[in-house]
Design a protein around this ligand. Structure first.
Ligand code: PSV
Ligand code: MN
Length: 401
């Protein structure tokens, strides 16, 4: 979507249709499996128990929404045999009509990563971690030039116990090596997070650090913004604007937060924020816009996983559609003349427009269910998976008592 001038009213449906035609959002494989908190795990009868079931669920979300044609993969959780699992992935892609998406290396579970992975003081451990990154690049290539999406848990918990400076150098070295292995059409996305699991310093804590590391690594490295990974009050849309301006925005992990990295349904706490982010993207002329990978990063412990995912895709579409209704030409004039209230009314007016009837029309025009959540409830899919997977999930909860 380029710059446009028509607002809500005449032309609104066209704008919403054009916006939705160009909007796709990737779902995470880990959003369909049983997960929990560090206090325990609550199992759901219908949760996916295998890679095939994750693809089956993702395929169902895409059938209902028409907007989520790919599923992000977490290497250790989904591909225990690394590249060896690629033929199976290709079979699943065909069978369920969804493609493999971003490849997420896992550098936070192995015991050896207790003090870090690519920023670990041990050269040997860093070497293992880099080898995993390189394997992930190869998996991405074998799957058709997929983005390698890197998030690190690296950091420390006690002041003075680690050299932050040395760790910067180790990160630069490892990410540079990984970048050098990327195929011509592959990208490396660098994700940041201010804290958790590290509670004193995190090696890639914010967008400045992620951006510097990405730039140092090379032109195929971009920054990934996870909306849950910011300290309270942070102006995320301003970060997005900067990253667009610098042609350094690679993608998003969407979820919402009230306190920290809560993995709440996108738009459930602050839908206006996501609208503001989408607005900055829609007014931008940055070449980065074309490459933005929109992804959901949510794993619901309490809500039904299928319902949560369908609801999230629908909410993202609605907020994107609202942002497409901002009368950009009018807003630009009002910004220039500092007509604050009028400018804000144009902006807010789009946010408060009920786009649901137009989104429904878009679905009907594309022969999709006009109410995906209702269709999910009535279609029998959840009963089917509860029945098929119930026994497998019966003992999958956990308790620390
Ligand atoms: C870390 O909190 C994160 O946002 C990273 O993207 C991980 O890959 C994902 O969550 C899944 O745990
Ligand atoms: Mn994330």
């Amino acid at each position: 979507m380029g710059k446009g001038s028509s607002g809500s009213g005449a032309g609104a449906t066209e704008r919403v249709f054009a916006a939705l035609d160009g909007f796709r959002i990737e779902v995470p494989s880990w959003g369909f499996a049983n997960t929990g908190t560090r206090f325990g795990k609550f199992s759901q009868a219908g949760a996916a128990t295998s890679l095939e079931e994750k693809f089956e669920d993702a395929g169902q979300v895409n059938k209902l929404t028409g907007a989520s044609p790919s599923v992000a993969l977490h290497v250790l959780w989904d591909l225990p045999n690394g590249k060896g699992d690629v033929p199976e992935l290709k079979r699943l892609e065909k069978k369920y009509g969804v493609k493999s998406g971003a490849v997420n290396p896992n550098l936070f579970q192995a015991q050896e990563y207790k003090y870090g992975s690519i920023a670990n003081p041990s050269a040997e451990i860093r070497k293992h971690a880099v080898a995993h990154l390189l394997d992930s690049v190869e998996i991405g290539k074998a799957l058709g030039n997929k983005d390698v999406s890197i998030w690190l848990a690296d950091g420390s918990n006690y002041p003075g116990t680690q050299s932050m400076l040395k760790r910067i150098e180790w990160l630069e070295e490892a990410l540079g090596e990984t970048h050098a292995a990327l195929g011509p059409k592959q990208r490396m996305l660098v994700e940041y997070k201010p804290f958790e699991p590290a509670f004193y310093h995190t090696d890639i804590a914010d967008w400045g650090m992620a951006l510097n590391l990405a730039r140092k690594a090379g032109p195929k490295a971009k920054v990934l913004v996870d909306t849950g990974h910011h300290l309270p009050g942070c102006n995320i849309e301003q970060i997005v604007t900067w990253l667009l301006h610098l042609n350094a925005l690679g993608g998003f992990h969407f979820n919402d937060r009230k306190f920290a990295d809560d993995d709440l349904t996108l738009g459930s706490i602050d839908p206006y924020q996501l609208f503001r982010i989408f607005h900055e993207i829609l007014v931008s002329d940055s070449p980065a816009v074309k490459g933005i990978a929109y992804m959901i990063d949510q794993s619901h412990n309490l809500k039904g996983k299928m319902e949560a995912m369908v609801q999230s895709v629908m909410t993202a579409q609605e907020l994107f559609a609202k942002a497409a209704l901002v009368d950009q030409a009018k807003l630009a004039k009002l910004q220039q003349s500092c007509s604050l209230v009028d400018a804000e009314e144009v902006f807010r007016g789009a946010f408060w427009t009920d786009v649901r009837p137009m989104v429904k029309e878009w679905r009907e025009a594309h022969k999709l269910p006009s109410e995906p959540l209702e269709a999910l409830k009535k279609g029998g899919y959840m009963e089917k998976i509860n029945k098929e997977r119930g026994a497998k999930n019966a003992n999958s909860g956990s308790s620390y008592a």
